[in-house]
Design a protein around this ligand. Structure first.
Ligand code: SF4
Length: 246
């Protein structure tokens, strides 16, 4: 995709969602970190449902340790992998107290050393908490980047590096949110809603999905990211991530 097309793509998404932000609920940097850890392989809505009560009283690492692993599990048992996540949240809370004075470090490497915090989580926290120009690649960002041709790649590391390379100012800070929300609400995994897409004329995905009722659409599996360092399986079809305003 040419630089002018990339800029136009971001401009269109920005015009549609001028102030994109995470849909996870949080009250401070610490609860943001916990929410992002809990959101792995879970929906933001599901996480918000579980943390609404939790974050009213537990909003610091010390309070989390006081709650304890079993107490935390009672709050988050509706979230997938809650046993492992509870263990990680308790461990990362302890690490924050012992190594960072109880504060969330504004340092990606330090974040990635925390239990349960991977590359994507650290990137999200750096972006949402500290305004860093990071490009967290989740399933939505991966899909949109590949379908559109914006930043095609076989795995999340490749896509992240390409997004970093092609994304121009002034969209670098909000790119992550723009792409996630576009993937979540328009460029959906099973059937992308091309007929109402503001970047349809720029996007390379073919064939475009027609409006409902005008033609049968056979859902095709969306490409998912391969683990970093491994190639994704070849595509099985012939082709080949702020909430959009109404
Ligand atoms: S045109 Fe279709 S495939 Fe391309 S970004 Fe829009 S919804 Fe996704």
């Amino acid at each position: 995709m040419k630089p002018a097309q990339v800029a136009l793509l971001y401009q269109r998404l920005h015009d549609r969602t001028p102030n994109p932000e995470t849909e996870l609920d949080f009250v401070n940097h610490y609860t943001l970190l916990v929410a992002v850890v809990l959101s792995a392989q879970a929906t933001d809505a599901g996480v918000n449902l579980a943390t609404r009560e939790l974050f009213r009283t537990v909003d610091t690492p010390a309070r989390m340790l006081a709650l304890g692993e079993e107490g935390l599990k009672r709050h988050i048992r509706t979230i997938g992998l809650f046993n492992t996540k509870a263990k990680n949240v308790i461990a990362l809370s302890r690490a924050l107290i012992e190594d960072h004075g109880g504060e969330v470090p504004a340092d990606r490497d330090a974040l990635e050393k925390l239990p349960g915090v991977g590359r994507k989580t650290a990137a999200v926290v750096m972006n949402c908490a500290f305004g860093a120009e990071t490009f967290a690649v989740d399933t939505h960002v991966f899909r949109v980047s590949n379908r559109t041709g914006l930043a095609p790649g076989k795995n999340v590391v490749e896509v992240e590096a390409k997004l970093d390379r092609v994304t121009p100012a002034p969209y670098r800070r909000e790119a992550h949110h723009l792409l996630i929300l576009h993937g979540r609400y328009v460029c959906k995994a099973r059937v992308p809603e091309c007929w109402r897409c503001v970047i349809a004329d720029i996007c390379r995905y073919r064939p475009k999905t027609p409006p409902p009722g005008t033609q049968e659409v056979r859902p095709k599996p969306a490409p998912g990211p391969a683990p970093a360092g491994r190639s994704a399986p070849p595509p099985r079809s012939r082709r080949a991530p702020g909430k959009p305003a109404p």
